[in-house]
Design a protein around this ligand. Structure first.
Ligand SMILES: Nc1ncnc2c1ncn2[C@@H]1O[C@H](COP(=O)(O)OP(=O)(O)OP(=O)(O)O)[C@@H](O)[C@H]1O
Ligand SMILES: [Mg+2]
Length: 235
């Protein structure tokens, strides 16, 4: 079973949407469109009558209402999403055990995980910052993933891609990874997304152009290709 974004061209290339009961990841730098993409997915779930939780660690309710609440795809469904605004603090996570994490998550989402169909965690990067340690962060992600899997919750994690360092290991936990990027093109910059992986699905590897408007994310036709190849096939 697939859980679509409600963005037709994206759902097509994903083979219908995200796979039910899996952990998924949207990754990109600041301003790439992660929150808008994740909220499309939340809105589509609510539109289908699912129980949707959006855990927001960087936005407040007011800015969320005046930002995402005004987007076209949120019409009629904004109030059906269970928005949870939280500042992640190390004391909610430490000492880090599966039980402690579950307790904090339940207290935050104010509902039993088994009743949730879709959850967005925007962003797990704040958990990384609060813990300040890559080993603890990896463990926290693993416990969080297990908690969702145990309760048949389909999850979409949002993570900020680092500018310099190595990428975190969140991508290894996820069954699908969508990279949102801003590409340098001859006459400036352009938004594009790329499916880095999706288990069980034959998907394009190309950079797919998109735009952000008041309607939300709109996928454009065509693809971006590199002009200078780093590899060339030789017989
Ligand atoms: N109504 C709009 N019309 C056109 N573009 C918009 C609109 N709203 C937002 N944008 C674009 O989307 C960007 C922000 O998208 P989004 O909030 O999804 O980014 P993000 O990847 O979540 O960033 P952050 O890391 O800061 O959370 C803005 O910087 C702007 O370029
Ligand atoms: Mg965001």
């Amino acid at each position: 079973m697939k859980l679509p974004f409600g963005i037709e061209k994206l759902d097509d290339v994903l083979g219908g949407g995200l796979d039910k009961d899996t952990i998924n990841l949207v990754i990109g730098r600041s301003g790439a469109g992660k929150t808008i993409l994740a909220s499309h997915w939340a809105a589509e779930g609510a539109r289908n009558g699912e129980n949707v939780v959006y855990l927001a660690t960087t936005m407040g309710r007011k800015s969320c209402e005046s930002y995402l609440g005004k987007m076209k795809f949120m019409e009629g469904v904004f109030d059906r999403i269970h928005w949870r605004f939280v500042r992640i603090d190390a004391k909610f996570l430490l000492p880090l055990t599966p039980e402690k994490l579950e307790e904090s998550v339940v207290a935050t989402i104010k509902t039993q995980p088994r009743d949730v169909d879709r959850i967005v965690v925007d962003s797990v990067t704040d958990m990384d910052k609060a813990l300040g340690d890559p080993v603890l962060y990896r463990l926290a992600l693993r416990y969080l993933s297990r908690l969702f899997q145990k309760n048949d919750v389909t999850a979409l994690f949002v993570e900020e891609a680092p500018y310099m360092q190595e990428w975190s290991e969140t991508k290894n936990l996820a069954e699908s990874v969508i990279l949102l990027d801003i590409l340098r093109v001859p006459d400036g910059y352009a938004r594009a997304l790329r499916i880095l992986k999706k288990y069980r699905t034959a998907h394009p590897l190309d950079y797919i152009p998109f735009e952000i408007t008041d309607q939300g994310i709109e996928i454009r036709d065509g693809k971006f290709v590199r002009r200078n190849y780093e590899f060339e096939y030789r017989a």
